[in-house]
Design a protein around this ligand. Structure first.
Ligand SMILES: Nc1nc2c(ncn2[C@@H]2O[C@H](COP(=O)(O)OP(=O)(O)OP(=O)(O)O)[C@@H](O)[C@H]2O)c(=O)[nH]1
Ligand SMILES: [Mg+2]
Length: 290
């Protein structure tokens, strides 16, 4: 059985159309309505979707619920797409075919693969920066790490248990796909940006997703992210300490500035080195348990 799963928050102007256009391509459509204050749930049900409601827990929490539901329904394939009409449901077969004919576990609909999508410039740049950061943490490269238009095989549905509540779930899932050794492919999709106005909103979202992406990637590579800067700071601390001692012993001059900088640098360096070792051990432990 193939499922389409749609996270939706206040999408009453588009949800019906999205559900109706999605239904012909799958066996069931499930909408996770996140405590919308408009008629999203009612309209989705009327259009033929099964509606799961939760209480404003965020995009990631909705995706996690939808994975859970797909496991309950024993789905062979789950396609996720947005409820705001930005994705074209007629492209669902493209994603499903990539799974069935090429035997991959996860297919990502990418708006940048053949660059037909005219995403607003700042958003394009933001997504590309986040995608580069995310690619650093995975053993594959994608062009659109933030796409919500994806398809998952049964193996992927069973293996992935997202925990991020917000938009960073897209990155979290990619890292989990990589850790579990699942295979990934991208297909080009068209994303509509008509009537798009949420600039400020998307900048703050973008920044928080980038910070979370760096968090994930830094946990994956703790020695590079914390260990190397830590060692650099330790060495800087030792050099500045040397300068201080040299001035004190040879000229009886006390440079408080270099004393303070040396202590700070040394302490921060030590903290970073210890952090990197702890994270490295924790990452290994978690990998062993998975
Ligand atoms: N369940 C749930 N869905 C959400 C939440 N926030 C957004 N969504 C849905 O997730 C999909 C993508 O959200 P958008 O805000 O459009 O994110 P985006 O497409 O990356 O950003 P834009 O380019 O601004 O549209 C839409 O279907 C939203 O209705 C939420 O908190 N809970
Ligand atoms: Mg959108």
């Amino acid at each position: 059985m193939n499922l389409a799963c749609i996270p939706a928050y206040n999408e009453e102007s588009t949800i019906q159309d999205v559900v109706k256009k999605t239904l012909p391509h799958v066996d069931k459509v499930i909408v996770c309505d996140d405590g919308s204050t408009d008629n999203t749930a009612k309209l989705a049900k009327e259009a033929g979707a099964i509606v799961i409601s939760q209480n404003n827990e965020g995009y990631g929490a909705a995706i996690s619920t939808l994975f859970e539901q797909a496991r309950k329904e024993n789905a062979q394939i789950m396609v996720t797409l947005d409820g705001d009409g930005q994705h074209n449901p007629d492209q669902i077969p493209l994603l499903i075919n990539a799974i069935t004919t090429h035997n991959v576990d996860v297919v990502i609909g990418s708006r940048f693969l053949d660059d037909k999508t005219s995403a607003p410039g700042y958003r394009k740049t933001g997504i590309k920066i986040i995608t580069s950061a995310s690619n650093y943490g995975t053993n594959f490269k994608v062009t659109d790490s933030q796409s919500g238009f994806r398809a998952y095989s049964k193996d992927a549905i069973d293996a992935i248990h997202p925990t991020e509540q917000g938009m960073s779930v897209s990155t979290e899932i990619l890292l989990k796909i990589s850790n579990k050794g699942l295979s990934v492919a991208e297909v080009p999709i068209i994303v509509s940006y008509e009537g798009d106005t949420s600039e400020q909103h998307s900048v703050s979202h973008g920044v928080s997703v980038l910070v979370n992406t760096i968090k994930y990637v830094s946990i994956k590579h703790p020695l590079q992210f914390y260990g190397i800067p830590g060692i650099v700071l330790l060495i800087a601390g030792i050099i500045m300490g040397g300068i201080f001692l040299d001035a004190y012993l040879n000229a009886q001059k006390i440079f408080y500035g270099s004393l303070l900088a040396s202590i700070m640098s040394f302490l921060l360096g030590a903290i970073l080195v210890v952090t990197s070792i702890l994270l490295f051990s924790m990452a290994n432990l978690i990998r062993d348990r998975n």
